[in-house]
Design a protein around this ligand. Sequence first.
Ligand code: IMP
Ligand code: MG
Length: 188
Amino acid sequence: MYSYQDVLAEVLIDETTLQKRVKELGEEISRDYQNEDIVFICILRGGVVFLIDLMRHVTVPNQIEFMAVSSYGVGTRKSNGEVRITYDLNTNIEGRNVIIVEDIVDSGNTLNAVIQVLSTRNPKSLCICTLLDKEDRREVEIPIRYCGFVIPDKFVYGYGLDLDDYFRNLPFIGVVDLEKLEKIKGKK
Ligand code: IMP
Ligand code: MG
């Protein structure tokens, strides 16, 4: 297995900047939902690191739930528009304030499908909180209520986002050098 340094083009968002923004988002959510309570629905697995840091800055009553969807063809880095729920919620969200927590919105296909499914369950409110937004890649319009950072169209990893299912633990967001990655893989 290669190391993250082997394929790092640049650090896009450092740890301090990330943590500061996540705290701001948690505080904003706390202000917006005063006298309410929330169920955060984290999309596995990319959203986990963000959720765990975010929720510690939220001061209103909240619960967490998880959902997993598969949207990528095996071995590709492009969403194909086909989204399947592979793990569903364990709770009834009818009448609840739902905030979907996601690592990144790219084409928008994944969250579009998730929103459609969750809407049919009659939540009191439903919105999206994403750490990253690759705005230029959007294929379907989806409403994003909370966004950490708008980023350029580059493949990124760390802080929940994976490269070949690794490196989710990095405390920063890095850009993958795809040429270096191809070379490393070619050698195998
Ligand atoms: P979408 O359906 O195209 O919006 O894809 C969203 C999902 O693709 C995200 O939840 C991520 O899991 C994955 N994804 C998109 N861009 C990246 C990236 O740059 N790095 C890692 N995962 C990504
Ligand atoms: Mg994801």
